[in-house]
Ligand binder design. Structure first.
Ligand SMILES: Cc1cc2nc3c(=O)[nH]c(=O)nc-3n(C[C@H](O)[C@H](O)[C@H](O)COP(=O)(O)OP(=O)(O)OC[C@H]3O[C@@H](n4cnc5c(N)ncnc54)[C@H](O)[C@@H]3O)c2cc1C
Length: 552
């Protein structure tokens, strides 16, 4: 391959070939499980438990066969489209956030325990978000986990209501949780670390004492997913609870130890950095999920609009109406004709005999040919193909780095952010526009429109899009893109000038950034679109076409 994007094509293609056989089995399983909608969150959790137990997807596929991991996510959005996003979110929390974090941060025994959990069909949850910190959770963590050398155990504590874990998917049913808390050793805070916490002794058993959970309440969609708030009130944890492959505690001395140092070129990654790396896979899955959702929605709506007859805007029908009105002889037809003159020939009066209308009726073009809708379908298709190609490229690059257990490069991290921001944003925009143009159909249940709030979840899941945009803008202000396009240069210079002017007037840099939010988001969007174009231009068009076709 000419482009460095495709240096790992052999692994990618081999895995994809194996996966086409696996895909049939997996799809069959999904069809059985998702045949009927779940009656409540317990029912939905039971279905995931069955899927997990089946072993069709192993936790370790995340690094051994990442193509399968992403394919499993996409197929789920496709198969579960009509039932809403609850099951897909449950699935990605289980495999990526919970399982993925244990794989990344856990020692060998902790990683092995995942396999045992899978065989028992036990589910896990991932408790990062806190009430006050919201989308900034991770940057800010108030939950603490304090090591006692005397007791040789930790105490997990929610210090206040604002530190409550909130929105935790599967929090009401999970047997175990990965909990992110500040690690305190000998009075010193070592920052956020991940702990593997038993919520119950066995699947569906009672909660461990001193753990309190509650339901976050009804949502607009995805109510087959339980979202919990969780509080820990001096919960005692054994030494083995800390996921300590990279950093941990020397149990003999009670000292905090960094087990894996950074290489010469790379700084040591903190546990939070490593959890952040887990979010990259999640971000790609979210981007693909949002993209898949809008593809399904457009596909289904187009199928409806292609067969939905319209009436009254073709020249032919107008002509037919006028002729019919001219020859009308009954008094009611005359009244109808008068009414038509007042309101224009297209409106049918209540005085007009149905028989006359039926006689005039000719098949108009289908709804999909109404000009504004036709144009929207064209625009959406163009964007869809562009995003398809980009997501394939990003997935391929990420799979290669996962398989090699390498850190994602800066360019890849940026591309993942661009994928997340734009796939979700475009899906929201196009879905909204489609909803405006399809009349009463968009109000109906089982069309998919009723689940479009799924896209709102995608906006803040796995790294809030606004936060990602601000990071992209900051990075561009610090270091302009080497191949900067004209539009990006203009947007960047506008932001830089604004920030400078504000600082000249005595404003702090933080305040200046807050003031220049519009320019910052503008730059971020332009930069993200440039990344998509750059990556797509680099790609081998023929190769991509093959990949895309195999997924349709
Ligand atoms: C269905 C669902 C499932 C979830 N599952 C999990 C889970 O399993 N585990 C877990 O840990 N969490 C989970 N979450 C939490 C989720 O990832 C978000 O972090 C959380 O919902 C955001 O909380 P909030 O609404 O309080 O956001 P807020 O913090 O109030 O933010 C609201 C909005 O304000 C903007 N904003 C806030 N701060 C800034 C800033 N500094 N700069 C710019 N813009 C800003 C952003 O646009 C943001 O979307 C889930 C949430 C939902 C809805």
């Amino acid at each position: 391959m000419s482009s460095p994007l495709f240096e790992d094509d052999d692994d990618f293609n081999n895995n994809n070939n194996q996966n086409s056989r696996w895909q049939r089995l997996y799809e069959h399983k999904l069809e059985t499980l998702l045949k009927e909608p779940s009656v409540d969150y317990r029912h939905s959790a039971e279905k995931l438990s069955i899927l997990v137990k089946s072993g069709l997807l192993e936790f370790t596929d995340l690094t051994r066969n990442p193509e399968r991991f992403f394919l499993a996510h996409r197929l789920l959005v496709r198969k579960g489209f009509e039932q809403g996003p609850g099951f897909s979110i449950r699935f990605t929390v289980e495999y990526n956030l919970f399982g993925g974090t244990v794989l990344e941060l856990g020692n060998d025994r902790q990683r092995m325990s995942l396999q045992a959990m899978r065989e028992r069909g036990e589910l896990g949850c991932f408790a990062l978000t806190e009430k006050l910190a919201g989308v900034n959770s991770g940057l800010i963590v108030q939950t603490t986990c304090t090591w006692s050398q005397r007791e040789k155990r930790f105490t997990l504590q929610t210090p206040s209501e604002s530190a409550r874990k909130i929105w935790i998917s599967q929090g009401l049913v999970a047997t175990r949780a990965v909990v992110i808390a500040e690690l305190i050793v000998r009075g010193r805070n070592h920052g956020p670390h991940a702990f593997l916490v038993n919520m119950r002794k066995q699947r569906l058993g009672p909660l461990i004492p001193n753990i309190k959970v509650g339901d976050m309440g009804d949502k607009t969609t995805g109510n087959d997913l339980d979202n919990a708030w969780i509080e820990f009130n001096s919960v005692k944890l054994p030494y083995s609870a800390l996921l300590d492959r990279h950093d941990g505690i020397d149990v003999r001395t009670g000292a905090y130890v960094q087990k894996s140092a950074g290489t010469n070129n790379e700084r040591h990654l903190t546990n939070m950095d490593r959890i952040g790396q887990r979010l990259y896979t999640g971000r790609v899955a979210v981007a693909q999920g949002a993209h898949e959702f809008r593809k399904r929605l457009f596909h289904k709506t187009k199928a409806f609009a292609d067969q939905k007859e319209t009436w009254g805007f073709s020249e032919k029908n107008n002509g037919a109406r006028e002729n019919a009105a001219d020859i009308a002889s009954s008094s009611s037809a005359a009244a109808a004709s008068a009414t038509n003159k007042r309101f224009g020939a297209r409106r049918r009066s209540k005085y007009e005999p149905i028989a006359a209308v039926t006689a005039m009726h000719e098949r108009g073009p289908p709804l999909s040919q109404v000009p504004q809708l036709r144009q929207l379908f064209i625009v959406a298709k163009e964007q869809e193909m562009k995003m398809d190609a980009f997501l394939v490229n990003v997935e391929r690059k990420l799979c290669a780095s996962l398989r090699k257990k390498e850190r994602a490069s800066k360019a890849l991290v940026e591309a993942i952010a661009a994928a997340k921001i734009l796939a979700v944003e475009d899906a929201i925009d196009l879905t909204h526009r489609l909803r405006q143009e399809t009349g009463s159909y968009a109000l109906m249940a089982h069309t998919g429109f009723e689940h479009s709030d799924f896209l709102i979840c995608c906006k803040f899941a796995e790294g809030d899009s606004r936060i990602l945009e601000l990071k992209l803008a900051r990075d561009r202000v610090k270091t302009p893109n080497v191949n900067e396009r004209e539009s990006e240069r203009v947007a960047r210079e506008k932001l830089v000038e604004g920030l400078r002017a504000d600082q000249t007037q005595g404003m702090t840099i933080q305040k200046a950034w807050r003031r220049r939010w519009r320019e910052a988001y503008d730059l971020a969007e332009i930069a993200a679109r440039a990344i998509v174009d750059d990556w797509n231009e680099q790609s081998d068009a023929e190769h991509n076409a093959g990949q895309i076709l195999s997924r349709l």
